[in-house]
Design a protein around this ligand. Structure first.
Ligand code: PLP
Length: 307
């Protein structure tokens, strides 16, 4: 695992209207093939916290294809911590798919629960109960959505010149977006492309900023830099169409850059749309944060040229 700075790459994308589109890419996808991208950023301080509290392991939550679960499983195994996951779906077993299989191989204990029970994952009483049942585990919420997750994501821009006019990234829980907002320069607009259908992500980002800042004026100040893109999800979470898959293959042919169809493919698609529509000026400095996610892309191995 390369836990020092991730690489910054400068590219020129030709598959756009007019002049090639020049932008930088923060290659967090290269931190580790399994503890990929923003998942490492979100786990880093949670692991340190667990160690500081002398816990034996991490207990967390996720769906059966979760990038967060597999990242937690490997990161804990590297750090010498145990890991336990409460997984959505009581019909599942550790052999059900490659993600769960790998989690089990990294030593993660998998507890399969019903969808209705899974819905309690953020309930304070349920979490209290869980904490008293498993006192040796430090509990990390689904997707690493936490105070320490936000803190870790502040490093992404701090490792760059941090003088961008526009930063683009994909959003799920909004944890990465909150960390990026808190560390962005005064002039930077942070464009967050939601991987999910609906308009709740801004609210989630706002809650996370509140949790870190505890100051309403501060929250309002940082939110002014946020540009939400809520119509870039292609029909919903993990929904794809031929246009998106073609686009991902085109980007790979042009730049040799691999994108996944759930998060980063949709985010680059939305960024290129903004470029083609003239929302990004020819002199503007642009950064795309590659948040990783390729472990889950094998579902589309017949459609994507690089798999
Ligand atoms: C999990 C994930 C995201 C979402 O990050 P949040 O911090 O939850 O918003 C984005 N991109 C990739 C590749 C991911 O795996």
């Amino acid at each position: 695992m390369n836990t020092s700075k991730s690489i910054l790459e400068k590219v020129r994308l030709s598959i756009v209207e007019g002049e090639p589109f020049s932008f930088d890419i923060k290659r967090d996808d290269l931190i580790d093939p399994i503890i990929s991208g923003n998942k490492w950023r979100k786990l880093q301080y949670n692991l340190l916290k667990a160690e500081a509290l002398s816990k034996f392991g991490i207990l967390t939550f996720g769906g059966p294809f979760s990038n967060h679960l597999i990242a937690t499983a490997k990161a804990c195994s590297v750090a010498g911590l145990k890991s336990m996951a409460w997984v959505r779906g009581d019909e599942l077993r550790s052999e059900s798919n490659d993600t769960l299989k790998a989690c089990a191989e990294y030593g993660m204990e998998l507890v399969f629960i019903s969808r209705s029970e899974y819905r309690k994952k953020d309930d304070v009483f349920f979490l209290k109960e869980l904490a008293s049942k498993f006192p040796d585990y430090y509990i990390v919420p689904e997707g690493g959505k936490s105070y320490y997750g936000v803190v870790g994501c502040q490093h992404i821009l701090q490792e760059t010149t941090n003088d961008y006019d526009h930063v683009y990234l994909a959003g799920g829980t909004g944890t990465t977006a909150a960390g990026v907002l808190l560390s962005a320069s005064e002039k930077t607009k942070v464009h967050v492309v939601s991987a999910l259908k609906g308009a709740f992500l801004q609210n989630d980002i706002q809650q996370l900023l509140r949790q870190v800042l505890n100051d309403e004026n501060g929250v309002a100040y940082y939110l002014k830099h946020l540009v939400m893109i809520n119509d870039g999800h292609f029909g919903g979470y993990a929904r794809v169409n031929q246009e998106l898959l073609d686009f991902i293959n085109q980007v790979y042919a042009d730049l040799g850059l691999k994108l996944d169809p759930i998060y980063t493919g949709k985010a680059v698609f939305a960024m290129v749309k903004d470029y083609n529509e003239g929302l990004i000026g020819p002199e503007d400095k642009v950064l795309f944060i590659h948040t990783g996610g390729l472990q889950g892309a094998t579902t589309w191995k017949d459609e994507l040229s690089f798999l």
